[in-house]
Design a protein around this ligand. Structure first.
Ligand SMILES: NC(=O)c1ccc[n+]([C@@H]2O[C@H](COP(=O)([O-])OP(=O)(O)OC[C@H]3O[C@@H](n4cnc5c(N)ncnc54)[C@H](OP(=O)(O)O)[C@@H]3O)[C@@H](O)[C@H]2O)c1
Length: 216
C-alpha cells in the first residue's frame, strides 16, 4: 500500500534534486520521495516550483479483524497471522472471554461496536478493516433436539440486529473513515434484498434487512 503526500514548495534558489535533499529532509523511515519541478519567471527572477511526492512504502499491511472471536472472524484472524511477512493482524472482540479464546495476544482489543469511542484504540494505525461482527441469535430455553423440534431464537436486549448489524457496523465504518483507514471489507449475507427471506423471521428481528442497511 502506498500513500502519496504532495508538498508544494517554491524557492527563489534553484536546487538540484541532490541539493534539495540536503535542505529538505522528507525521506524518513520507510518513506522515499521523488521531485516534480517546473520553472516560472516573475519580475525577471527565475522561480522553481517543486512538489515533493512522498510515497510510503510498506511491504506489510496492518489489518484489523472485528468479530475476531466469531466463527468466520477467528479463521480470518488466524490466516492473517500465518502470513507475518505480508500482514500485521489485529483483532477486536466484545469480551475478555473471546480474547482468551483466540489466544489473548496484545494485538487483540476488547471493544463494543455499539460504542464508537471503544473502537478508537483498535483502529489506530491500521490500513484495512475487515468487519466480521454479527448479532448472535440465542436458542430459547426448553429446546430439546431429541424431540425433533426446530429451535426458536431470540436476541438479548440491546443486541438485536438493529443495534449490532446496523448501528454497530455503521459505527465501525464511520470510525474507520475518520481514522483514515484505506480499505474496508464488510462481510454481509446473501438475501439482503429479499424481505421474505426466512432469516428475517429468526427472532423476529429482520436480521438481513439491518445488515443490508449497513451495506448501503
Ligand atoms: N458463518 C457463516 O456461514 C456465514 C456465511 C455467510 C455470511 N456470514 C456473515 O459473516 C459475518 C460473521 O458471521 P459469523 O458466523 O462468523 O458470526 P458469529 O460467529 O456469530 O460471530 C459474530 C461475532 O460478532 C461479535 N459481536 C457481536 N456483538 C458485538 C458487539 N456489540 N461488539 C463487538 N463484537 C460483537 C461476537 O463477539 P462475542 O463472541 O464476544 O459475542 C462474535 O464473535 C456475519 O455478517 C454473517 O452474516 C457468515
Amino acid at each position: 500500500m502506498g500513500m502519496a503526500t504532495r508538498v508544494p514548495f517554491v524557492s527563489p534558489t534553484i536546487f538540484s534534486p541532490n541539493q534539495f535533499h540536503k535542505h529538505c529532509c522528507v525521506a524518513q523511515g520507510s518513506f522515499s520521495s521523488s521531485l516534480l519541478s517546473h520553472a516560472t519567471r516573475r519580475n525577471n527572477k527565475r522561480f522553481i516550483g517543486i512538489s515533493v511526492v512522498a510515497m510510503a512504502h510498506s511491504s506489510k499491511s496492518t489489518v484489523l479483524v472485528t468479530g475476531a472471536g466469531g466463527r468466520t472472524g477467528q479463521i480470518v484472524y488466524k490466516k492473517l497471522k500465518e502470513r507475518p511477512d505480508e500482514y500485521i493482524a489485529k483483532g477486536l472482540v466484545r469480551t475478555e472471554e473471546s480474547k482468551q479464546k483466540i489466544g489473548a495476544a496484545d494485538d487483540v482489543f476488547v471493544g463494543d461496536i455499539r460504542d464508537s469511542e471503544s473502537l478508537a484504540p483498535a483502529l489506530e494505525g491500521i490500513d484495512a478493516l475487515i468487519i466480521l461482527t454479527s448479532a448472535v441469535p440465542q436458542i430459547k430455553p426448553g429446546f430439546d433436539p431429541t424431540k425433533g423440534q426446530s429451535p426458536e431464537f431470540y436476541f438479548e436486549e440491546g443486541a438485536f440486529p438493529e443495534q449490532v448489524d446496523w448501528i454497530g457496523q455503521k459505527n465501525q465504518i464511520d470510525a474507520a473513515k475518520a481514522a483514515g483507514v484505506k480499505q474496508i471489507v464488510l462481510v454481509g449475507s446473501m438475501g439482503g434484498t429479499d424481505l421474505n427471506h426466512p432469516l428475517n423471521n429468526l427472532g423476529n428481528a429482520n436480521i438481513l434487512v439491518w445488515k443490508r442497511k449497513a451495506e448501503q
